[in-house]
Design a protein around this ligand. Structure first.
Ligand code: HEM
Length: 520
């Protein structure tokens, strides 16, 4: 009771500061100088506002990209704010993102040690939360070697197989278009199987396999417990010492990751030690190189967990947003069908080699990524040295948030930015992995994969997987809304990684060729 009262009191004090500090934000960069001179800033900018009577109101704990975007409109594309004990700068412009994260990547490539995500869930070990140091470089080297080059080529058969199974399962669960189907768990299993193959050299054979529900729950729980600006406990050290619901959830998630993926790693180690053959996979490499790299068991568990979380919730989310958007765009589906029929025909599924000849389908994928980036606020970077930019002082250890929502909805770069319009990408012949390397960042397709030295190391894997899954769903089905079940494209589930709220659609096979090609 006492503890509850204290927490409520703390919350009230902080909320009472909120309104005042909101209006002070415009001058906050000046206060950065004050900070340097040892003066205490007076503002405490904190968590969200309660929902208004019309429903959800954007706040820092829900839809933070919207409130940060509204502040960018007021204070400009580069402003600062303070949450509890942490100073943030919010970047909403590609050129500023380039100056800080790319040109000055040697300074702006670290991560903040967030209490929930880094300390409690990952115990400081997952590649995504590590500071920019030699340990991170080792992990990044391992990740890059598994997500690019020859290994990726070896995996192409697996991607091909999983994408075919995805379409087959959607056909089967939708009973050939006669019943509504929720594509979400199927997209989740497709992404999960790809990651299980890369990490453990295994796959699940049905949606009912116990690992499917369990692994997807762990990844979602991660996305729901972590968010760059959403958890009070990350920025108020006092709260970290008090028992609270979120910390307990994070501790449980850590234990579940260790039990699940740690158990699977131990199994592989046992098999390797007894001389059994183990397919090439991340764990096998970690075990073989573990001693030289001084990786202990928890290191291995956390590398694998980072892959299983980051690699599943991301691609699955894009597939889910794609399936949620298509029913309201029959005209776009028709154009894609016409292109697929002309280039691929009706007697086989599209392949990776077809991609260059299917610019409209590729444009659809890029437009889904622009309109529905699963990570609007990316994964924030931190500067490891004091830095002055455009006359503004950014002290060491400031968290830099890239608000891709603002960048992706800038009308100067994307005409009519709220319209889902693949045509805007029709003349863009680059893969996102190539586009991310453009010297002129204003021409980059989108910022969904982040920027700089911490940019997603798996863009090639994600593009390959998404291409096969989405081009094949389009080739096989006409997607329609279920009468009386409108799809909500505004609300979403997740704090750091967002997926649509559950929905069902009709996935109607386009003709009799679909069953034949899928060997149903
Ligand atoms: C559509 C799919 C994906 C999206 C949108 C995505 C997005 C991102 C973003 C925004 C970041 C942070 C970049 C930054 O700090 O600037 C990131 C990092 C990362 N991603 Fe992805 N990702 C995707 C797929 C994957 C896949 C399939 C994997 C497979 C393992 C993966 C593994 C990682 C890892 C390990 C990091 C951390 C890199 C580091 O901190 O050095 N991602 N991703």
């Amino acid at each position: 009771m006492w503890l509850g009262d204290q927490l409520l009191r703390a919350k009230d004090i902080i909320f009472s500061q909120w309104e005042r500090s909101y209006h002070l934000s415009r001058t906050h960069l000046v206060r950065l100088h004050n900070l340097r001179n040892g003066l205490r800033p007076c503002s405490v900018l904190l968590h969200g506002r309660p929902a208004d009577d019309k429903g959800s109101f954007p706040s820092l704990s829900h839809y933070p990209e919207l409130i940060l975007d509204s502040w960018a409109k007021k204070f400009g594309p580069f402003y600062s704010m303070r949450l509890g004990n942490q100073l943030f700068v919010v970047v909403s412009d590609p050129l500023i993102a380039k100056d800080l994260l790319i040109t000055n990547g040697s300074i702006f490539s670290s991560r903040k040690e967030m209490f929930i995500k880094s300390k409690t869930i990952f115990h400081g070990r997952g590649i995504t939360v590590m500071p920019y140091d030699t340990r991170w470089r080792k992990h990044r080297k391992i990740a890059t070697s598994f997500l690019n080059g020859h290994f990726l080529e070896d995996l192409s058969e697996i991607f091909d197989y999983e994408a075919k199974i995805l379409v087959r399962e959607l056909f089967r669960y939708g009973r050939g278009g006669t019943e509504p189907v929720n594509p979400q768990p199927h997209a989740g299993r497709c992404s999960l199987n790809t990651m299980l193959t890369i990490v453990f050299g295994i796959r699940t054979d049905t949606l009912e396999h116990p690992l499917v529900g369990h692994a997807l729950r762990l990844s979602r729980e991660f996305m729901n417990c972590t968010g760059p600006v959403s958890n009070l406990v990350d920025f108020v050290p006092l709260l970290q010492r008090l028992p609270n619901f979120l910390t307990n959830r994070a501790k449980k998630l850590h234990k579940d990751l260790v039990d699940t993926y740690g158990g699977m790693i131990s199994e592989i180690e046992k098999r390797m030690n007894s001389g059994q053959d183990v397919p090439r996979c991340l764990v096998k490499t970690l075990v073989e190189t573990g001693d030289q790299e001084a990786l202990d068991h928890l290191d291995k568990v956390m590398i694998c967990s980072a892959f299983l979380i980051g690699g599943v919730e991301s691609t699955a989310s894009i597939m889910q947003w794609f399936s949620a958007i298509m029913p309201s765009h029959p005209d776009i589906q028709e154009k894609a069908h016409a292109e697929l029929d002309r280039v691929v025909g009706r007697n086989r599924l599209p392949t990776v080699d077809d991609e260059k000849d299917l610019p409209y389908v590729r444009a659809i994928i890029k437009e889904v990524e622009r309109c529905h980036n699963p990570f609007w606020l990316s994964t924030p970077h931190v500067n490891t040295e004091d830095f002055t930019y455009q006359g503004q002082f950014i002290p060491k250890d400031t968290v830099v948030i890239l608000n891709t929502y603002s960048i992706h909805h800038n009308a100067e770069r994307y005409t009519d930015p709220f319209k889902f319009n693949p045509d805007r990408y029709l003349n863009d012949h680059m893969k996102s992995s190539e586009s991310a390397r453009l010297a002129n960042v204003t021409e980059r397709d989108h910022w969904t994969f982040g920027a700089g030295r911490r940019i997603c190391p798996a863009i090639a894997v994600a593009e390959h997987e998404l291409w096969l899954a989405i081009s094949r769903m389009l080739w096989a089905f006409k997607m329609e809304e279920v009468p009386g079940e409108p799809i909500d494209l505004k609300e979403y589930d997740g704090l750091s990684g967002r997926s649509p709220v559950p929905f069902r659609i009709q996935m109607i096979p386009r003709d009799h060729h679909v069953a034949e090609v899928l060997e149903m």
